[in-house]
Write a protein that binds this ligand. Structure first.
Ligand SMILES: Nc1nc2[nH]cnc2c(=O)[nH]1
Length: 411
């Protein structure tokens, strides 16, 4: 965890301001962004030493003027999309074919953390950046990542209980309730503005999940007791609450981080912490012997399919969390929450297509509302970004939108 001396950081800062940007012009915006960042990180400055801010500003990857911004955004959304859909279907596959350990299902959600070494080390190996991994990673940021990682680990456990007991469609749409909590908590933690566009989206997606919850209350899988159904239902709501705290907390931390590589480093530490929690749970609650028993015949598709399922679930969950972290970093916690929550309705369709979950009129209306809310939000975001870019051309001052990370007291 190397640090940069104040004089080196100041020199870096001056050098950056004096150097042409990627478009070949001197970047007035970049200077104002640095000033914004430096002026407006009141609370989280305590997590990061000041010189790290300047050091990381040399590559502000969350600035929409950065030529890597859009490819990075698209890449993260693809990771989130593919990861969320396939992880949800694979988790259900595990339980349908007589996998039964909630701890195994929790463990696979974070155990793919070594995959994060790719986005951390590849940029250096490919000469995309000169920043050495973990440069500027202070102790407080480390411990904060551990804490958030433990919270994520607990969220993963709650998700496992939900997936174990509820149909994919029900658990996915119950999780949609996390959006209201995300809006409330992000307005408190990162001062997210409540606008017509985001309120409209949150209301539509929430109504869609209420319709589904009412519709599927009679859709209890055979053999499931009322108690188990209640556990599945309440742990899914609990997971939604935890996740909606996780998103704005992450956004708050990312306000002091301007480099994607560092986001992945924090993600690595969080996933290791979540894996430690799951491994302790496995060890204390016979998780490893359950895994062995399932591999040796408990799983009704045989040993090879069991391990393929486990490894694929590990990889897809990692993609899902990598994409979520990237979305929050590049946009905002609310946008990240809306993107991942809207994907839940795609998971509903996945559950219907793959597992023949029932799909009646209520589910159809619910899915349409969810897609409508998401599309109107993305369209609103697009319009604001266009307006902002026109504004940028006319004057060099920057105002805030939800797509573009805010750098003023709005946050
Ligand atoms: N609670 C919760 N956990 C997740 N893990 C991955 N995606 C999600 C999500 O949308 N909600």
């Amino acid at each position: 965890m190397a640090t940069t001396s104040p004089s080196t950081a100041a020199a870096l800062h001056r050098q950056f301001l004096a150097s042409p940007n990627q478009n070949g012009t001197n970047d007035v915006d970049a200077e104002s962004e640095i000033v914004f960042v430096e002026e407006t990180l009141p609370n989280l400055n305590s997590f990061m030493e000041n010189n790290h801010k300047e050091e990381n500003n040399a590559e502000d990857q969350k600035s929409t003027t950065n030529k890597r911004y859009l490819p990075l955004l698209v890449l993260n959304y693809v990771l989130l999309f593919v990861g969320s859909l396939s992880a949800s279907l694979l988790s259900k596959y595990y339980f349908i074919h007589k996998g039964s350990s909630k701890w195994v299902s929790t463990w696979v959600q974070s155990a793919g953390f070594p995959l994060l070494l790719f986005p951390i080390f590849l940029p250096v190996l490919l000469n995309y950046t000169k920043r050495k991994p973990f440069t500027g990673f202070g102790q407080k940021l480390f411990w904060f990542s551990v804490l958030v990682g433990l919270m994520l680990g607990f969220n993963n456990l709650l998700i496992s209980w939900g997936v174990a007991y509820l149909p994919v469609s029900t658990s996915a749409l119950l999780l949609s309730s996390q959006l209201v909590f995300t809006l409330i908590l992000s307005s408190i933690i990162v001062k997210q503005k409540i606008t017509f566009s985001n309120l409209n989206c949150v209301i539509l997606i929430t109504i869609s999940s209420i319709i589904l919850a009412l519709d599927s209350s009679h859709e209890k899988p055979q053999g499931l007791t009322d108690r188990e159904y209640f556990i599945g239902f309440s742990s899914t709501i609990g997971a939604g609450l935890l996740f909606s705290l996780y998103l704005p907390v992450m956004e708050k931390i990312y306000q002091s981080v301007n480099c994607y590589q560092m986001v992945m480093e924090m993600q690595l530490i969080m996933e290791i912490a979540a894996t430690v929690l799951a491994t302790v749970g496995m060890a204390c609650d016979k998780g490893f012997s359950d895994m062995k028993r399932e591999a040796e015949g408990g799983f009704d598709k045989g040993t090879t399919v069991y391990w393929v399922t486990i490894v694929s679930t590990v990889v897809t969950w990692q993609c899902c969390f990598m994409g979520t972290a990237g979305m929050v970093f590049l946009t905002s916690s609310l946008t990240g929450g809306i993107c991942s929550t809207a994907l839940l309705s795609i998971n509903v369709l996945g559950g219907v297509a793959v597992y023949k979950d029932p799909f009646g009129g209520f589910k159809a209306v619910s899915t349409v509302l969810c897609i409508w809310g998401f599309c109107s939000y993305v369209f609103g975001m697009y319009i604001r970004m266009k307006r902002k870019n026109v504004g940028r051309k006319n004057s060099s001052s920057a105002s805030s939108t939800e797509l573009i990370p805010r750098r003023n007291s709005d946050m």
